[in-house]
Design a protein around this ligand. Structure first.
Ligand SMILES: [Cu+2]
Length: 467
């Protein structure tokens, strides 16, 4: 782990030094805990609890969990709102606002029944607040600037104190100059674990927040007044191929939780499985009422979690099903040139612009592998490679890698899936060649279909629709 731990006391250390219940809440608040920071976009190992009830800590894609200290009965955190530089994927960084060195901010993990004290220091050039989305708490801790508290001015530190009344899936974000501050990347995940360690427990628990940015190709700062036309669709302020894979052991019980702070809905689809929607930001869905899905739509301001048992090994795609949301910048104002022969035009244009490449006469898949000159700090519209070639994706796309024999807590990338022989789609090259290609049985054609296939014709009169 690379976060700064200067003077920071671990979860057990502080409690031992200060002694439980020796001073009142207000006096304790006089000493501010260290604010650890993280600038690496690499996924940090889950933070296993050392005090209090046991729980399965979450893993934040390309992120981390904020360490805390115990101070008497209180679990204390320190968030610092500040400008940050975030890599979206290798080849592009954005100048954003976030917390403790990163956008999104660190994930906060607490337990039902915890008394939580969160210090918030404002190092932004304008005022801010933090709203604890979905939390049941005293009205004055709700973080709505002007309505429930004065805004936190630059340089000030405010304290939020509340008891965690229920477990579930939550998030935090500013409720001050909200349009600008969320468009700049200010948000973070908040997970409240159940007091009962066995309640709805899983073996791996992944979290990410969805955000959208409008960053002109060649620039670094989001346009914050954009309402609908965003060009970068992110999970934890990362885009494919920069988003961590979700590494899972075969047989693991798995939970994936996400929240939506963009300006449109995202139907999140996972291949290879059906799953149950288990939790929303409103609470747990009772097990007998959890409904099956393979795509779960997440509206603006909503959070969803789904659970499954990882019984099918493989490299399974997980992505937003809006095709424009699995593209990076430059994908939106293109005209459709399918069927247009641009060879003659291209020759003429190349006399003026030697680098000119005509695109899209037969679809745009060629953009997934081309090395076209791009403006600086700009990602290709679609990119990323896997064992069979270009994946032709961007934005909200990743891979759930289910593997046999992974150790508990092993999240290292296991590489691409080794498919059992005869289980990969293959090119038909006639009966003999294809029989060679797939000798193991699965997917092997039984005989020459040209001979055996029976053509089934619809019954009824022609032109009449059968229902
Ligand atoms: Cu989407």
């Amino acid at each position: 782990m690379t976060f700064s731990r200067r003077n920071f006391l671990g979860a057990s250390g502080a409690a031992a030094l200060i002694g439980a219940g020796t001073v009142s809440g207000r006096v304790q608040a006089a000493s501010i805990p260290e604010a650890p920071t993280m600038t690496s976009p690499a996924m940090q190992p889950p933070l296993v609890p050392t005090t209090g009830p046991d729980y399965q800590p979450v893993v934040t894609l390309n992120g981390w969990t904020l360490p805390w200290r115990m101070n008497g009965d209180w679990k204390e955190f320190h968030l610092v709102a500040e400008p940050v530089v975030r890599e979206f994927a290798p080849g592009m960084v954005a100048h954003l606002w976030g917390y403790n060195g990163q956008s999104p901010g660190p994930t906060i993990e607490v337990v039902e029944g915890d008394k939580v004290r969160i210090f918030v220091t404002n190092k932004l050039p304008e005022h801010t607040t933090i709203h604890w989305h979905g939390m049941l708490l005293p009205n004055g801790m709700d973080g709505v600037g002007g309505l429930t508290q004065p805004q936190i001015k630059p340089g000030q530190t405010f304290v939020y104190e509340y008891e965690i009344r229920k477990s579930g899936t939550f998030m935090y974000h500013p409720h001050a100059d909200e349009m600008v501050q969320m468009a700049m990347g200010m948000m973070g995940f908040l997970v409240a674990h159940p007091k009962d360690p066995a309640f709805r427990r899983v073996d791996r628990d992944f979290v990410f927040l969805m955000a959208s940015y409008d960053i002109e190709p060649g620039s670094y700062v989001p346009r914050v007044a954009e309402m609908t036309d965003f060009n970068l669709w992110t999970w934890n302020s990362r885009v494919w191929p920069g988003i961590d894979h979700l590494v899972v052991g075969k047989g693991d019980r798995v939970r994936i939780r996400f929240g939506n702070l963009t300006m449109t809905n995202h139907p999140i689809h996972m291949h290879g499985y059906d799953f149950k929607v288990s939790c929303t930001d409103g609470g747990w869905v009772p097990e007998e009422a959890a409904w099956p899905e393979t795509t779960i739509d997440c509206a603006v301001g909503q959070m969803r979690a789904f659970d499954f048992v990882a019984d099918a090994p493989g490299d399974w795609a997980i992505h937003c099903h809006k095709a424009h949301h699995t593209m990076n910048a430059m994908g939106h104002s293109l005209r459709n040139f399918i069927g247009v022969d641009k060879k003659e035009v291209a020759k003429k244009i190349r006399r003026l612009m030697p680098d000119y490449m005509p695109m899209g006469s037969a679809g745009m898949a060629d953009m997934g592998e081309m090395e076209m000159p791009l403006p600086e700090n700009t990602l290709p519209m679609m990119s990323g490679f896997a064992q069979f070639g270009a994946v032709e994706m961007g934005g909200m796309f990743s891979v759930v890698k289910v593997r046999e024999g992974l150790a508990r807590g092993d999240y290292k990338d296991p590489g691409w899936f080794k498919h059992p022989e005869g289980t990969v789609a293959f090119e038909w090259k006639g009966p003999e060649r294809s029989a060679d290609r797939a000798p193991a049985g699965a997917g092997k054609p039984a005989a020459d279909p040209a001979v055996d296939v029976k053509v089934v014709k619809p019954r009824g009169r022609s032109g009449h629709h059968n229902h």
